[in-house]
Design a protein around this ligand. Structure first.
Ligand code: ADP
Length: 327
């Protein structure tokens, strides 16, 4: 099959075309060894048997590589990928148009799949299971439902939390893959790889320091590298060294654990205003003037992984480590 160019959303076009920092092949994807080894097996099996790759759900906090992995799968399978996101579907017709344009074996990547409306989600079920979709002709009492066959495709869904997906949708994914936070060693490798692509010299110790302060997240590691590069350009520094990293991170108010202002505001709020907790998520959301989703998907997962805060049935509680950190 002739491979067409990947279709990206506008955001990705700008990120990808500026400098191609996204790994293309599975061997270029750093860390997440268990996921990579399983994926290799499933892809190889589907190529050997000439069968369709089962639907995949990728889940984990933002910036860990879900979109990147979806693109890698399309590269390794040598098929087209059609990229979209849950909120982009406003009516059932959008999905039918998209599905009926897929070629055999294509990948449909739906980011933020938990944000699909229930009507769209339901029309996905027959497409995922039997490669058929309902098509409504006409309107009002004379409307008729026709079923059309679509080509066999692989749906790759991405979500920040698997629990946000309805049970029937979750059950239709044959391959669930959970992305974990990266260890500093892997993040250091990602930083060094990216600095080569950006043509910047960086000391290994400096790369490791950025890695330790990146909240276990490649997207943050790459962002910090780019910002520290800005500092190095302005200061006419020849390379990125430890002193520059320390100074730049201090300027950006990233602390020794990699926490930023928002993280500290969150910890401080529980510590000072609620005496260490427990405090409910809605209360926190109102106190911090921050959306509940952002608190649950972006702020809390790393703080919990670091053992600074605990989620209990009565609300959030700061651990001793959390109290010590904020004090
Ligand atoms: P998500 O879709 O989970 O929010 P992305 O796939 O957009 O995350 O990844 C964010 C950034 O981090 C991208 O620039 C990507 O190239 C980079 N990245 C993510 N995971 C890895 C990895 N394992 N190795 C190298 N770069 C990575």
């Amino acid at each position: 099959m002739e491979k067409k160019e990947n279709k990206f959303t506008p955001n990705e076009i700008s990120e990808d075309k500026k400098i191609s920092l996204r790994p293309k092949k599975i061997t270029e994807f750093v860390g997440q060894d268990n996921i990579k080894s399983n994926l290799k097996t499933f892809i190889e099996s589907s190529i050997k048997t000439k069968k369709n790759l089962d639907h995949i759900i990728l889940y984990g906090p933002p910036g860990l590589g879900k979109t990147t992995l979806a693109n890698i799968i399309s590269y390794e399978k040598n098929v087209n990928i059609h990229v979209t996101s849950g909120p982009a579907f406003t009516k059932k017709g959008d999905l039918v148009t998209l599905l009926s344009n897929l070629s055999n074996g294509d990948i449909l990547f739906i980011d933020e799949i938990h944000r699909l409306s229930p009507v769209i989600e339901e029309s996905l079920y027959p497409a995922m299971e039997d490669f058929k979709c309902d098509y409504i002709i006409g309107s009002g009492p004379s409307a008729r439902v026709m079923q059309i066959a679509i080509e066999k495709f692989t749906l790759i869904g991405a979500t920040t939390r698997l629990g946000l997906l309805s049970r029937p949708l979750r059950d239709r994914f044959g391959i669930p893959l959970q992305l974990e936070f990266y260890n500093p060693e892997s993040l250091k490798d990602i930083i060094i790889l990216n600095s080569k692509k950006l043509n910047v010299k960086i000391e290994t110790t400096a790369a490791f320091e950025i890695a330790k302060r990146s909240r276990g997240t490649p997207r943050i590691a790459i962002r910090l590298l780019k910002r520290i590069l800005d500092f190095s350009i302005v200061q006419n520094s020849e390379d990125i060294n430890m002193d520059l990293v320390e100074e730049s991170l201090k300027q950006m108010r990233i602390d020794s654990e990699g926490l930023d202002e928002m993280d500290r505001k969150y910890l401080k709020c529980i510590s000072s205003d609620y005496n260490g907790g427990p405090v409910g998520i809605e209360t926190l959301s109102a106190a911090l003037l921050e959306q509940r989703d952002i608190i649950e998907d972006v702020i809390e997962p790393y703080l919990m992984q670091k053992g600074l805060v605990q989620r209990t049935s009565r609300g959030r509680i700061l651990s001793e480590k959390g109290i010590n950190h904020i004090n």
